[in-house]
Each structure stands twice: as structure tokens, then as C-alpha cells.
Design a binder for this molecule. Structure first.
Ligand SMILES: *Cc1c(COP(=O)(O)O)cnc(C)c1O
Length: 418
């Protein structure tokens, strides 16, 4: 970073500070990961200088001799990794990718069905503050109070009553396997397009650690930067030519201008990495780690939504511990354990001060940590949260002690790319 340091030392110092913070912290934020050095290098290239509105072979600017090859490689790798006929690697991120799904299949005012945000859905699945909830007619499903899981009979009932044109499955805080075949059957029954939003679990799907929506969903939407471990970006995939054409038109010229070619190159690199045996092992270890951490937390009296996890993610209600999600997440962060506060299903507290925290194992697994480290992390989480419930002095003491132990752990497990 020698040029950055001389041109803008202020920003250079802040980048270094963030790098140190990432190295020293146990990243348990379920939507984050560490990209490889190769992915980082691809994002920092001259490809950022090039405009290439359109698609390979059909561009509106000259000079696409190289960019066309890069985008074609990224598309081919996505098709081969996920087993689909069509892939669009241009969406700027997950939210614009989902907006493109609406653009492709709905008109303003049409009905969309998605999981409610407080139950683990995403804003872009028709939540009220999102454009998707304001410009379309959203109807929602949730989870059962007794099981913490989606009730497919309820989904079917709502779909038959409301007749949505588009159904989203997937979300941001779902600790359990998504039943793609059951969603597909319901979508078929009501004549809806089924979009599987696998933003969180794409890496698990690619690595064979979660069932694939291919063959069930009409459209697959994903970010590339969560468990898939690529740059910030997104992809839309489809099996039928008809759906693929609609999606391509929606992304460009429907919603976007020129694709971010440096990101496209980095997506291609990440997809190459994700096709390796090492990545398969990684995806399975992410799930094994989440299971080990969930077991440790449950044994320590934490109330896990749905009782556990099938994937990379744990959602827990801290009410029995006598503390809100936000103060807990803040105390954990000071102890070097980075999580996020989160609503839990049927939360009685406000979204900005909810009852739960969300934890994911994609980042720690990228650092090479295993089940033993997960049990240690579970113990630390318990120590900080329990101390916090007792009072400030107790909390200070626990935070200082855990932070020291966290530093020792992170120094033994260097993060990729840093
Ligand atoms: C993260 C996420 C998105 C949005 O991705 P951004 O890149 O943050 O816009 C969409 N859907 C789901 C399910 C997600 O988890």
C-alpha cells in the first residue's frame, strides 16, 4: 500500500487499523468471511477502469477484448459450480440482485411472498421499509412458535389465499435447512415464480453441505461474499432460457449500468477456489463448527432458536440470561468476539434493541479453527454474558480476561488475506 500511504496517509492508516482489528477479533458475524489474498488482489486491479455495459459479445463500448473473457470465465465457473444453465454475475450486491428478480417477473403492485424480517427473512423479500415492500404487495410467512421452524403447511395456506406471483425462500437468520422441494411444490400449485435466495448458504451449497435449490427454484439469487468467500457482489442463476433472458434484461438495462469488472474477476477467482476439494472440506467444517458451538451454548443454558443449527448460523434468545441482545453484542465485541444483535421470532423487544444475537462460523472456519476452538468460544460467550447480567464490575473483569485469551487464540490462527 505504498502509494496509498503517501497519497492519503489518513485513509491508509485506517485501512491498516481495520486489518489489525480483523486479525485480532474472532469474527462471528454470520454474513461475513475472509477472502483469500488472490480474491483481494483481483479486486484491486485496473479492471476498475473499464466500462462494459451489456454482456459478453454484446457491449455498448469498445475495448472489451479482455473483459469479455473475464466475464465469460466467471459465468462458466458459476454454471459449473452450481450446476445451472445460466448465470448473471453483474448484480452489484445481493439487494440489487433481488430487485432484478422483481423487475424480471413482477409489475408494481403485484403480490410477493417472503419470510418476514423478524422471522429471519431479508429486507428485500417484501419488508415494509424496503422498496420491495412499498412498491409491491407483500405477504409474509414466519416460523412456528413451538419449533422455531418454517411451517410448510402455513406457507401453502398463505400462498393459496394470497396467490403471490413471486415467492422467496431463504433469509438472513435461518439456522435450519431450507426445504426447496416443498417451496417448489407450493409455487407450482399457485403458479408463482420461486426465487431461492441463498446469499447466506451459497458456500455450503457449493461445497455440498446444504441441499441445492437447483432443479427446484426457478431463480437462484446469491451474494458472493458470505459463506461463498468471494468479493462483495452477487449472482443470479436460472435453469430455463426464458427466466435467464428476463433476469439478464432486468439487471441490464433494467436496473444497472456498467458492471464492476474488478469484482467480476474476483468472483471468477472465488468460484475457482470454491470448486476445490479444500473448499468442500471447508463448507462441511463450517457446519460441524456451528453444531459444536451450538451444543456448547445449549449446554450452558442458552436458548437457541429452533434448538440448534443445520448450517453456519446460530440464533439465540438471551431473555433467559436476563440481558438484551444489544448490550450483550457490545460487551462481546469489547471482549474480541464480534457478533450482531438480532431479533428473534416473536420478539417482545424493539428491532433496534432486540432479544437475540446471531452467530456464524464461516469466518472462524476460514482461519482454520475447529470444534475445540468452538467450545472455547462458547465458554467465553457464556462468561461475558453471565458476568454482564450480574453488573458492570463483573462484566469489566470478564471482558478484560476474555480479551486476553481471545488475542492468544487469534494469534495462533492467522486469517486468510490479512
Ligand atoms: C445479505 C443478504 C442479501 C443482501 O445482500 P447485500 O449485498 O447486503 O445487498 C439479500 N438476501 C439475503 C438472504 C441476504 O442474507
Amino acid at each position: 500500500m505504498s502509494s496509498l500511504s503517501s497519497v492519503d496517509p489518513q485513509i491508509a492508516e485506517l485501512v491498516k487499523a481495520e486489518e489489525r482489528r480483523q486479525a485480532d477479533t474472532v469474527k462471528l458475524i454470520a454474513s461475513e468471511n475472509y477472502v483469500s489474498k488472490a480474491v483481494l488482489e483481483a479486486t484491486g486491479t485496473v479492471l476498475t477502469n473499464k466500462y462494459s455495459e451489456g454482456y459478453p459479445g454484446k457491449r455498448y463500448y469498445e475495448g472489451q477484448q479482455v473483459i469479455d473473457q473475464i466475464e465469460t470465465i466467471a459465468i462458466d465457473r458459476a454454471k459449473s459450480l452450481f450446476g445451472v444453465n445460466h448465470a448473471n454475475v453483474q448484480p452489484y450486491s445481493g439487494s440489487p440482485a433481488n430487485l432484478a428478480v422483481y423487475m424480471a417477473f413482477l409489475s408494481p403492485g403485484d403480490t410477493v411472498m417472503g419470510m418476514g424480517l423478524p422471522f429471519g427473512g431479508h429486507l428485500t423479500h417484501g419488508w415494509s421499509v424496503s422498496a420491495t415492500g412499498k412498491w409491491f404487495n407483500p405477504v409474509r410467512y414466519g416460523v412456528r412458535k413451538d419449533t422455531g421452524r418454517v411451517d410448510m403447511d402455513e406457507v401453502r395456506e398463505i400462498a393459496l389465499r394470497e396467490r403471490p406471483k413471486l415467492i422467496f425462500c431463504g433469509g438472513t437468520a435461518i439456522p435450519r435447512t431450507i426445504d426447496f422441494p416443498a417451496f417448489a411444490e407450493i409455487a407450482r400449485e399457485v403458479g408463482a415464480v420461486l426465487a431461492a435466495d441463498i446469499a447466506h448458504i451459497a458456500g455450503l451449497v457449493a461445497g455440498g453441505a446444504h441441499p441445492s435449490p437447483v432443479g427446484h427454484a426457478d431463480v437462484i439469487s446469491t451474494t458472493t461474499h458470505k459463506t461463498l468467500r468471494g468479493p462483495r457482489g452477487a449472482m443470479l442463476m436460472a435453469t430455463s432460457d426464458e427466466h435467464a433472458t428476463a433476469l439478464n434484461k432486468a439487471v441490464f438495462p433494467g436496473l444497472q449500468g456498467g458492471p464492476h469488472n474488478h469484482t467480476t474477476a474476483a468472483i471468477a477467482v472465488a468460484l475457482k477456489e470454491a470448486a476445490t476439494e479444500e473448499f468442500k472440506a471447508y463448507a462441511h467444517q463450517v457446519v460441524a463448527n456451528a453444531r459444536a458451538l451450538a451444543e456448547e451454548l445449549a449446554a450452558r443454558g442458552f436458548d437457541l432458536v429452533s434448538g440448534g443449527t443445520d448450517n453456519h448460523l446460530i440464533l439465540m434468545d438471551l431473555t433467559p440470561k436476563g440481558i438484551g441482545g444489544k448490550p450483550a453484542a457490545q460487551a462481546l465485541d469489547r471482549a474480541g468476539l464480534e457478533t450482531n444483535y438480532n431479533t428473534v421470532p416473536f420478539d417482545t423487544r424493539k428491532p433496534f434493541d432486540p432479544s437475540g444475537i446471531r452467530i456464524g462460523t464461516a469466518g472462524v472456519t476460514s482461519r482454520g479453527m475447529g470444534e475445540g476452538e468452538m467450545r472455547q468460544i462458547g465458554a467465553w460467550i457464556d462468561q461475558v454474558v453471565t458476568a454482564l447480567a450480574k453488573g458492570e464490575d463483573e462484566a469489566e473483569h470478564a471482558i478484560t480476561r476474555v480479551l486476553g485469551e481471545v488475542r492468544e487464540l487469534t494469534s495462533r490462527f492467522p486469517a486468510p488475506g490479512l
